[in-house]
Design a protein around this ligand. Structure first.
Ligand code: FCB
Length: 450
């Protein structure tokens, strides 16, 4: 293979990822809308019409197709499909059928996420994920979705980032229900989400034996600030265990180590319930021991100095070093699970598109390296196609290949859109393709040639 070119295996998926509440608009029946109405975002904003995908997603599907992509990850909104317990909305289901048909017609393989951070209000009123019945209620919804949409999709992502859902909602307080410093609560929620994933996997496979079912795990790379400091190493290890390892380990082996299992509860039934692992990865943090931070598990995250940083959130915890290299570290690690993986999210908050080309080149290099070492990486879903509603940050941070002017809904391609389209169409990366973006971007994918 020429070192001037990074080739990818035939059939590799080049897609974009989205989530219902971030793009559809008009989702008034879930806990996020309520949270926005209570003014709990970091910015005075709400999801509003978003990108109006509920009415016009097809125009963005056309954009994805025109770039030459072959896949698109979206989520279905539980509160639309089951607005009241056991009442399923035929109109909402019909619209999702239309969306999936629209993707197929454009040659875009759909990956459908069944839970991406939002819950129906009726589910919240019963106690949300902490209620004993939650995994069963989710499984009932999943069964209905697969019965109704299964002829159009067999590629499912059960739950998006259980770890981030628990961390932001119970420890950091940025997401509903807004808990802070409640590590035991976060662990209880994680246990429920792992069990819910497990039953969803079983329900889907009963209906669709050939389905590909996995979940999307957020992997945040942590390294000790001082590798020779045993305390930095120890607090890094604890973060890694809780944030990155707990859920994959539970789903691969059915085990959660003591004493954590006392809070998560038994997850044995989730053992082996995955056909692939979805990797969402954005950042790396160095971790410093900090005895003044018991609520943060005696550690403080510090981004490595002189490393790429994205646009930052307005308030709240800052985001770490932009680290697409994490993809290869995670993919290497996952080889022992003996199942394929997909990068289900990778991207950067970058209004001016100053870093995104570098992220794309570096992500391609990371996947290519991992493939060369025997990891089974089968696709890449960039987060995201068009700037969208970024949860606590509202529309203040911009992850799109296309920029969105919120009031007019006008989309404008950033230079990265063209680059990503060329990568997808070439099923690979060449020096020529990266050259217009400068030496640093070329070096991201071809380090030895410069
Ligand atoms: C991930 C979320 C996704 C989006 C990106 C930027 O953690 O899954 O919805 O917000 O971050």
């Amino acid at each position: 293979m020429s070192s001037e070119r990074l080739d990818f295996p035939e059939g590799f998926l080049w897609g974009v990822a989205t989530a219902a509440h971030q793009v559809e608009g008009g989702n008034f029946n879930n806990q996020w809308w309520q949270w926005e109405q209570q003014g709990k975002l970091h910015v005075p904003d709400t999801a509003r019409v978003c990108l109006d995908w509920w009415h016009h997603a097809e125009a963005d599907f056309d954009r994805a197709k025109a770039l030459g992509l072959n896949a698109l990850r979206l989520s279905v909104e539980w509160s639309r499909i089951e607005p009241r317990p056991r009442e399923f909305d035929a109109v909402a289901i019909a619209r999702y059928r239309q969306l999936l048909e629209g993707l197929k017609a454009r040659g875009l393989t759909p990956m459908v996420t069944l839970h991406h951070f939002t819950n129906p209000l009726w589910f919240e009123a019963r106690g949300g994920w902490l209620h004993d019945a939650a995994p069963g209620l989710f499984a009932r919804f999943v069964r209905k979705v697969v019965e109704e949409l299964g002829d159009l999709c067999d590629f499912w992502c059960t739950i998006n980032e259980p770890n981030i859902y628990a961390l932001t909602g119970w420890v950091l307080g940025d997401f509903p229900p807004g808990g802070q410093g409640d590590v035991p609560g976060a662990l209880r929620v994680l246990g429920q989400l792992i069990r819910a994933h497990g039953v969803a996997y079983t329900v889907i496979h009963r209906l669709q034996p050939h389905a590909r079912v996995g979940w999307a795990q957020n992997f945040n790379t942590f390294d000790p600030e001082h590798r020779l400091s045993p305390l930095d190493v120890a607090v890094t290890h604890v973060r890694d265990l809780l944030v990155n390892d707990l859920v994959p380990r539970a789903i691969v082996t059915g085990d959660v180590p003591l004493p954590l299992v006392l809070l998560t509860g038994d997850v044995g039934e989730a053992r082996g319930t995955f056909d692939y692992v979805g990797i969402n990865t954005y950042y790396r943090d160095l971790v410093r021991f900090d005895p003044t931070q018991p609520g943060e598990l005696f550690g403080k995250n510090v981004p490595a100095p002189n490393t790429p940083r994205s646009d930052q959130p307005v308030t709240g915890t800052g985001w770490g070093e932009v680290y697409p290299q994490g993809i290869s570290r995670v993919a290497d690690e996952l080889k022992k699970a003996n199942k394929p993986c997909y990068v289900t999210e990778s991207g950067v908050a970058d209004h001016a598109d100053r870093l995104r080309p570098w992220v794309l080149a570096k992500a391609a290099k990371a996947m290519h390296d991992a493939l060369g070492r025997g990891a089974e990486v089968k696709g890449y879903f960039h987060w995201t196609l068009v700037d969208n509603f970024e949860w606590a940050e509202g529309f203040s941070t911009r992850f799109g290949l296309f920029a969105l002017d919120v009031p007019t809904q006008r989309r404008t391609a950033r230079p990265s859109a063209d680059l990503y389209g060329r990568m997808a169409r070439a099923n690979g990366v060449t020096k020529e393709l990266l050259a217009p973006f400068g030496d640093e971007v070329v070096r991201a994918a071809f380090p030895s040639r410069q």
